[in-house]
Design a protein around this ligand. Sequence first.
Ligand SMILES: NC(=O)c1ccc[n+]([C@@H]2O[C@H](COP(=O)([O-])OP(=O)(O)OC[C@H]3O[C@@H](n4cnc5c(N)ncnc54)[C@H](O)[C@@H]3O)[C@@H](O)[C@H]2O)c1
Length: 697
Amino acid sequence: MNDLVRYALDGNVAVLTVNNPPVNALGHGVRTGLKEGIERAIADHGVEAIALVCAGRTFFAGADIAEFGKPPVSPTLREVHEVMENCPKPIIAGIHGTALGGGLETALACHYRLAVPSARLGLPEVKLGILPGAGGTQRLPRLVGVEKAIEMICTGEPIGAHQAHQMGVVDAVTEGDLLAATIDFADHVVAEDLPLPRVRDRDRLIAEAARRPELFQAAREQFAKVKRNLMAPQHCISAIQAATEMDFDGGMRRERELFEELLKSDQSKAQRHFFFAERLASKIPDVPRDTPRREIATAAIVGAGTMGGGIAMNFANAGIPTVIVETSQEALDRGMATIRRNYERTAQKGRISASDVETRMGLLTPSLDLADVAGADIVIEAVFENMGLKKELFAKLDAIAKPGAILATNTSTLDVNEIAAATARPEDVIGLHFFSPANVMRLLEEVRGEKTAKEVIATCMDLAKRIGKVPVLAGVCHGFIGNRMLHAYFDQAYALLYEGCQPRDVDKAIHDFGFAMGPFAMADLAGLDVSWRIRKETGQTQPIADRLCEMGRFGQKTEAGFYRYSQYSRTPQPDPEVAAIVEEEGLKRHDARREIGAAEIVDRCMLALVNEGAKILEEGIALRASDIDVTYVYGYSFPVYRGGPMFWAGLMGLDKALETIKGFHAAGHGDVWQPAPLIERLVAEGRSFQDYDQAGG
Ligand SMILES: NC(=O)c1ccc[n+]([C@@H]2O[C@H](COP(=O)([O-])OP(=O)(O)OC[C@H]3O[C@@H](n4cnc5c(N)ncnc54)[C@H](O)[C@@H]3O)[C@@H](O)[C@H]2O)c1
């Protein structure tokens, strides 16, 4: 026995306790310990049953991700499961915390399963672009039926203990001490001489599904829609289907083949990259883990417009009392009414209860007096995007806010240092850039000013998680990471219109690439008037968009923008009037219009992100290429199965990306196509963005 798995006796029950903190990952040592423990219990004549539990905060939360992509080392999880399932003495799993992935698969290889009410069980492999490869696709449908297995495996969403009990994943939900309950259950199985059910032998639900093969086609179509372009859910369905077409061992072989295919795929490489990228993003090299945090018990938001209202909802959702300050009663009422309407809609969908709506509204205190932010531990400004206004406001906040309060701005583009300099406490000032709709979008771009204190950064990184966001740290520049890159992307999208495309050509190519929508459908959704106003203020032009705005075509809200919309439908309809403007403006810039294929559209738009991203990285505005990926997936719906723009460039081959960028430069598409020096350097050194991240430069 090794020290990761403890073997003890309680009467005639052998208790195997796994202790591999923090999450009891099923690494090699744990697998070896488990196998030896079971074998010892089998050999031990005094033992009649085995209780399998985990120490610490959770049951096995999954495989050991450090072993990912490496050749399997014996005993593999499948080998351990075989020993367990064939064990002549009953094995009872006692589940607390989360039984995820290989953890749930291990529980399924036991004869009986108990869980505490708070336990959660799931097979989240699909989120890493793979499938449960240790029997999950073969055993789960035998227990719960094919339809429920497809739902659980293809969404990767965990279920609670009570639901698991209803579905038949666990045999009982137990209150009180889990270990004692597991041992009692084992005693009961022995006393009653209950059978040793093996999930692999249960064929009734499988046989039922085998008579309805059409359900697999329906599931394929459903997941082709909700998980567009993703291979893993389709492979999961194939593996589950195999369970209905082959015997258990045949199904296991098929599951393995499908697993191997996914593991080798670019999609899974990208999703695994993204999994680590997300976790890495909140680690800031010069802000150590033990940096002191400030307590955030109360918050205040200034401005109850589009962003302020959404930001306030995040705080109310997390149970943090929040004051919302506006300048007029009308704006305040409008803002509060929007928040209430949003909550009520969520309640109608059954995602929160009617009393949750009131609890959350009760945490929000509307006010017309800025002095009411005095008690807040953090104040977030979300007023109009105007430097003069923001500086004036921050000077006032400086006078009102309590010492030590964090003063944050939600500016999308403005200089956070200049805003901070309007106060006598620039160390307390930080940018907290939420994305619209702020109550939905997961990204929080945190902008570090020159003087921002480390403890303010550390506090805001923790706070982001508390309010359900994924934080990425950015430095100060126009547009920070996300919007600065978006600017480069839109420049190309427009350039393509002038050269020969229509909005639907660009949007279709980008949609097919995997974005939820292309740039022009997105601009229509966001409204064209905001950037038009900014262009007018800053003396810039974008003739196609300017002309649309002059015609009152502001996008979806006016039922016309780059597309036409009807009162009843938000589906963009191409509009001949727009097509004529595009052609006319195009011919003012170029002698003739040219046919542009989807591949060039994608390369122009995506490599613009990559080239700008590389500049941002080199300037130190982003800490890592992977942070840029996180920004784009969570802030701009870049398809996760391509890993983010920087990872995508690596999949394409950074040398090929560079060659294409140089080609665009040579073709006269503008100086933006001057390759970022960092890309040239990495290609010369034969390195990737990931190598750059790992080496820290
Ligand atoms: N809309 C977006 O997609 C988006 C995304 C990220 C960041 N931002 C940034 O968030 C900020 C707010 O944008 P928005 O879209 O919510 O604007 P908005 O016009 O919808 O809301 C601004 C609100 O601030 C209020 N306000 C103005 N001056 C005030 C003051 N002195 N005190 C209190 N309230 C005041 C206004 O009455 C208005 O209700 C801007 O800095 C913007 O750049 C916007």
